[in-house]
Design a binder for this molecule. Structure first.
Ligand code: PA5
Length: 417
């Protein structure tokens, strides 16, 4: 479903790309044998009983809650935030997010949103011990108990965590929260197609069967050929890195994909940025960013490359009206669709950036839908798995995030630090 097109001959020779692809192809078997590669088969090999329970829980939440507070950070936050922002939050239950920062003003604003509303909590933490969501959970749980009393409050708490261990697991068992599992062999940032992402996405009214079907279709396409586009994308990235292009910009012309870009940034940044290696991932949301970062991409240091998400068909449109006065001189666009102008902006930008010396990779996607988003999620998970191995790092751990935590605990006076 996802198609890669590119013209990179002035940066990478066909022989260099072939060599990198050959290296990458040799790594494919490790997608089955390495630890933490449960994401590879997740689109087809998921817990069907739990999947049905997710749908039931979503129905209950839709019937008794105006708001679902999703508490979680990193991989326990960004995937479902990305999908819900991209496809829209349905009318039944508004999803709001907490526990992904420590900002007091933001916390108070979120609490204000709950006044006079019926609400529930989905607390998501694989380890069950992450500070930001644990603090938020403590606060929101107390508010929920104040509103509903303990018995009803506990029926409104849905916990997504490890199947067997951790503080959140133990508390959930003790208090009888409905529990969902983060599989042992799937890391946080690869977990959007597990209960981590699926429950909030289903509560937002998005069809999780279709999302999974999109991922399954893409999986089938990628695993059935070792000359697939996700592997090629991983190979191109690493060839470009060898040539000094060490910053990648994910570029979208769909503003709904801002959080998808955040998810992508985490997926690539946390998977590859280790052992003093990696491509620094960043993103732009165009055409907005053309008026801020466009100058740098066109004409700043030549160490950037761009990966552009190009949707073939818009999901909505608006016809630009004729204006009898034509003060803005735009009547030459009257009768044209806004999507047509957006498309031309993309083409113009790609041409400009290429001529400015920025390598541009194009990823073509049919349209922005649950199906294509499922496919795109899988495409990038596969690509980063291969790309991380090509780089020679473990794409599934994140040892670097411990440093700030240890410092923070010491400064806060946590016993033992
Ligand atoms: O990708 C990861 O593993 C991390 O970003 C984690 O998701 C994040 O640190 C949150 O961890 P947890 O789910 O254990 O609270």
């Amino acid at each position: 479903m996802i198609k890669l097109t590119t013209e990179l001959d002035e940066f990478i020779t066909p022989a260099e790309l072939e060599q990198k692809k050959t290296e990458a192809q040799k790594l494919i078997p490790r997608l089955k044998t390495d630890d933490m590669t449960g994401w590879v088969d997740q689109p087809i090999d998921y817990d069907k009983e739990e999947f049905a329970r997710i749908k039931q829980a979503a129905q209950k939440i839709n019937s008794d809650s105006d708001i679902l507070v999703c508490i979680g950070i990193g991989g326990s936050y960004l995937g479902h935030k990305a999908v819900i922002e991209a496809l829209g939050n349905g009318p039944d239950t508004l999803i709001i997010f907490a526990g992904n920062n420590l900002g007091p003003a933001m916390l108070n604003k979120k609490l204000e949103l709950l006044e006079g509303k019926d609400w529930s909590i989905n607390v998501i933490s694989k380890s069950g011990t992450t500070t930001e969501p644990a603090i938020a959970f403590r606060i929101f749980k107390q508010k929920l108990i104040e509103k509903y009393g303990e018995e009803e409050a506990f029926k409104r708490i849905y916990a997504t965590t490890d199947a067997n261990k951790g503080a959140l697991h133990d508390e959930s068992v003790k208090n009888g929260y409905e529990m969902f599992v983060v599989p042992d062999n799937i890391g946080g940032r690869y977990s959007v197609l597990t209960a981590v992402g699926l429950l909030p996405i289903a509560v937002a009214g998005i069809d999780i069967d279709i999302l999974m079907a999109g991922a399954a279709e893409e999986r089938e396409q990628l695993i059935s050929s070792d000359d697939n586009d996700a592997l090629k994308y991983a190979a191109i990235r690493n060839c470009l890195l060898d040539k000094g292009f060490d910053i990648e910009i994910l570029s979208t012309f769909e503003p709904e994909l801002r959080y998808f870009s955040e998810w992508w940034t985490q997926l690539f940044g946390e998977s590859e940025g280790k052992d003093h290696k990696g491509i620094y991932p960043s993103y732009v949301v165009n055409t907005t960013s053309l008026h801020s970062m466009g100058q740098y991409i066109q004409d700043g240091r030549r160490n950037l490359f761009e990966t552009v998400l190009s949707f073939k068909k818009s999901t909505a449109d608006y016809t630009i009206p004729h204006d009898p006065v034509d003060a803005d001189g735009l009547n030459f666009l009257a009768g044209k669709e806004l999507s047509f102008v957006n498309e031309k902006a993309l083409e113009a930008t790609v041409a400009a950036h290429r001529s400015g010396g920025t390598p541009v990779i194009l990823l073509e996607i049919p349209t922005l839908s649950a199906k294509s988003l499922g496919a795109l999620i899988y495409f990038f998970e596969y690509a980063v798995g291969i790309s991380g191995m090509l780089l020679g790092v473990n794409p599934y751990d994140q040892p670097g995030v411990e440093e700030y935590k240890n410092n923070m605990f010491r400064l806060l006076g946590k016993p033992g630090y």
